[in-house]
Design a protein around this ligand. Structure first.
Ligand SMILES: NC(=O)c1ccc[n+]([C@@H]2O[C@H](COP(=O)([O-])OP(=O)(O)OC[C@H]3O[C@@H](n4cnc5c(N)ncnc54)[C@H](OP(=O)(O)O)[C@@H]3O)[C@@H](O)[C@H]2O)c1
Length: 344
């Protein structure tokens, strides 16, 4: 007996910016679990910027999604049927089941979630991959020290909001960069940034550089880089000697957009040299072994409110494509989630 289900597949490879025509919501028959497998009913689907890269047939750190294949993505769901010894119906678990309302997956690829610890969808945000990314960037890539100055771009997003709050807890002067006055007010009032710069209000990298010089009067020691573009152009000339940049993402340039925005190569390279900067790219999949340490440190901070989080929730799997495209343009405010099914 199969289960009537629906999923979102990649229907076309984007030419430049992704559009709704590139994604298709369709019915499918979800099979029964085989030996060692679990049937999961999706409750929450995480939408993340990396998914844009998986839509291109380009060499990267991960295999692209094939045409007609279900879009890749992490979910939290309820076990409906199990042929794996560690899972029973009613358990809540997370795994890479993709943009689908039901999925069959090997039990070994799932992690059980305790709904008593925190709301289950935090396993996709503040206590999941984005939180781990922020914590790794701050502690293991930038290796921040108190009293110094950190700039975080996409400062109110899933990764940036956690990076900013961890920096505050460590006694840094923190400057956020975010899109619009509402996000900037949230950055300072709720997330504890000492200042926030609205990148929409900065015409170019030069204006951004002046705004950052204002907000970080002692210069910038650490940059948590999420966007590239004019924000990077503005930060680079404000970096202090021996500063560090954690290259986490460059969303301003995803899909080949805004390529004329950003630092000129000679200016970038000269600053790297003369200020003796360290820039290190990192992909979170290389750091999963740190997950228990991350949870030990950050879960209590979430529980007692030292780290807060905000969610952008869209209802219904059929609305995931529009929510995803909106997030790439900054339409989200906090962690982007789709509520696919009811939370028991
Ligand atoms: N290295 C890794 O392993 C890893 C892991 C997770 C995420 N990442 C990267 O981390 C970054 C943040 O991811 P997230 O999941 O936390 O997403 P997010 O920040 O919750 O959402 C994306 C945000 O990007 C900002 N943005 C979009 N276009 C922009 C532009 N042209 N200029 C400046 N900002 C722009 C928007 O914020 P504003 O409205 O504030 O502009 C938007 O809300 C992404 O670059 C992502 O690829 C990397």
């Amino acid at each position: 007996m199969t289960t009537e289900a629906t999923r979102v597949v990649l229907s076309a490879r984007p030419q430049g910016a992704a559009t709704l025509d590139d994604l298709r919501h369709e019915p499918f028959e979800c099979p029964d679990p085989g030996d060692g497998q679990v049937l999961l009913r999706t409750i929450w689907l995480s939408l993340d910027p990396y998914m844009r890269g998986r839509m291109d047939d380009a060499k990267s750190y991960a295999t692209p999604v094939g045409l007609g294949e279900v879009m890749t993505g992490q979910t939290v769901g309820e076990v409906i049927a199990s042929r794996h010894k560690d899972f029973a119906p009613g358990d809540i678990a997370t795994g890479m089941t993709g943009w689908t309302d039901h999925a069959v997956i090997d039990g070994g690829e799932l992690r059980k979630i305790d709904p008593e610890v925190a709301p289950i969808q935090t396993a996709l945000g503040v206590l999941g991959m984005p939180g781990l990314t922020a914590w790794t960037g701050v502690n293991h890539i930038l290796r921040v020290e108190s009293g110094k100055t950190l700039v975080v771009s996409a400062a109110t997003g899933a990764v940036g909001s956690v990076a900013g709050q961890l920096a505050k807890a460590k006694g840094l002067h923190s400057v956020g960069v975010a899109g619009g006055p509402e996000k900037c007010a949230f950055a300072t009032d709720e997330l504890g940034y000492d200042a926030c710069i609205d990148h929409h209000a900065q015409a170019d990298g030069k204006a951004m550089a002046a705004a950052i010089a204002d907000a970080a009067s002692d210069g910038v020691d650490y940059y948590f880089e999420n966007v590239g573009g004019k924000t990077l152009a503005g930060v680079i000339g404000n970096m202090n000697d021996h500063g560090a940049i954690a290259i986490c993402g460059m969303i301003a340039w995803y899909g080949g957009k805004n390529l004329d925005e950003g630092p000129q190569m000679p200016m970038l390279w000269r600053n790297m040299l003369t200020r003796k900067l360290r820039a290190e790219g990192f992909i979170i999949y290389d750091h999963w072994h740190r997950f228990p340490d991350f949870l030990n440190e950050v879960a209590p901070m979430v529980a007692d409110g030292r780290v807060s989080y905000r969610e952008s929730v869209t209802e219904g799997l059929e609305n995931a494509p529009a929510a995803f495209l909106d997030m790439l343009q900054g339409g989200n405010f906090g962690k982007t989630l789709v509520r696919v099914g009811a939370d028991p």
